[in-house]
Design a protein around this ligand. Structure first.
Ligand code: AMP
Ligand code: MG
Length: 344
């Protein structure tokens, strides 16, 4: 299959909408990362998403809407008052809410679960595509399973060339990390995946929030997570990644020690560090994680892909503060490192 990479225009959006209605896949920009979309109500189309990504069949998809009126037919019952407050405050935006599903949602979307994840994205091209398709769009990130999520159309091309008919290019994604996934089926919102909407913000709106404890640790043998996505090693660079956490001077010293040892062993190492810390590593090869939390969210997946391009065999990353969007950054870094974190 030939994969076309086209800018977002009224014509390409109309064409993309037709493709979606016909059961085909289209990659499109959102404010978080690029999505790989299909008609959420078409079982066969949804199954082809799993095929194109090589995604395990038990990892459910997020359904994207472009109008709040599309929500009711997808869920069973009314959203709670807390859910309504979150929707009012954070939609459209980088927030996904989990509700009991209605029968209209095919089981392939939810991977057999009786709940469905819904997001109303803010990106104008994402909303225009859903409008053009005149249907909700099921869309995971547009990477091959196990690769870092794509934050540019070029990343999508790297992973999906020959597998899908169309990629809409809307430039680099603003947030750069996937949406916050919040389970709304309990008495308090429970964060299953941290993202652009921070725990602090959710607590402010709802009067409380839980962060699922599996967010910042590896799963135990045989443990069944609340979110199937937690089972998989996501965002993995090809090289082995180690995170070093602690006081800055000691972190720097330990990273330099491990980097120099790797060089002595003939390996190709790479450092991931906060922008202001880069000079401390001298002439060693290092990529910037940005200067602040938003910068880190924006830089991380790019840096992990660049690490592969540079052929890094071992990677050493500074830990980052976990307040605000920093929790989402450390969650992705932690998973990329299979939670190999050294305390100094
Ligand atoms: P992706 O769109 O590739 O970023 O993946 C969607 C994420 O949402 C995965 O981590 C899924 O496990 C999670 N997810 C989707 N639907 C549900 C659901 N019904 N319950 C729990 N987690 C879900
Ligand atoms: Mg993904």
């Amino acid at each position: 299959m030939r994969t076309e990479l086209l800018p977002v225009t009224p014509e390409t959006l109309a064409r993309a909408g037709e493709l979606i209605r016909a059961g085909a896949l289209v990659a499109f920009p959102t404010e978080t990362v690029y999505g790989l979309g299909a008609n959420a109500l078409d079982d066969g189309a949804v199954r082809s998403i799993f095929e194109a990504k090589g995604r395990p069949g038990d990892n459910p998809l997020i359904v994207h809407i472009s109008d709040i009126r599309q929500l009711a037919p997808l869920i069973d019952g009314e959203p709670s008052d807390m859910a309504k407050r979150l929707m009012d405050a954070c939609w459209p935006g980088p927030m996904t809410l989990i509700f009991p599903k209605s029968d209209a949602v095919p089981m392939a979307v939810t991977a057999g679960l009786d709940t469905v994840a819904i997001r109303y994205p803010a990106h104008p091209a994402a909303r225009a595509l859903i409008d053009a398709a005149r249907r909700p769009i099921a869309a995971p990130s547009a990477n091959r399973s196990g690769r870092p999520s794509p934050t540019t159309a070029a990343h999508v091309m790297e992973d999906m060339d020959g597998r899908i008919p169309l990629i809409l290019d809307g430039g680099p994604c603003e947030v750069g990390l996937e949406s916050t996934v919040i389970d709304m089926t309990g008495d308090l919102p429970r964060i299953l995946r941290p993202g652009g909407v921070t725990p602090e913000r959710i607590a402010e709106i709802c009067g409380g929030v839980r962060v699922d404890d599996a967010v910042m640790r590896p799963l135990k043998e045989g443990e069944k997570p609340r979110s199937p996505g937690m089972k998989y090693r996501h965002y993995a660079p090809k090289g082995q990644l180690t995170i070093v956490q602690g006081e800055q001077a000691e972190v720097k010293a330990r990273i330099i020690e491990m980097y120099d040892a790797a060089v002595a062993e003939g390996q190709n190492p790479l450092i991931l560090a906060l922008e202001p810390h880069l000079p401390a590593y001298g002439s060693r090869r290092a990529l910037s994680l940005g200067g602040d939390a938003a910068g880190m969210a924006h830089a991380l997946f790019n840096a992990l892909r660049d690490a592969d391009t540079l052929g890094a065999e071992v990677l050493f990353s500074e830990a980052v503060p976990t307040d605000g969007v920093g929790l989402a950054v450390m969650n992705r870094l932690g998973r990329a490192a299979a939670f190999h974190i050294i305390e100094v």
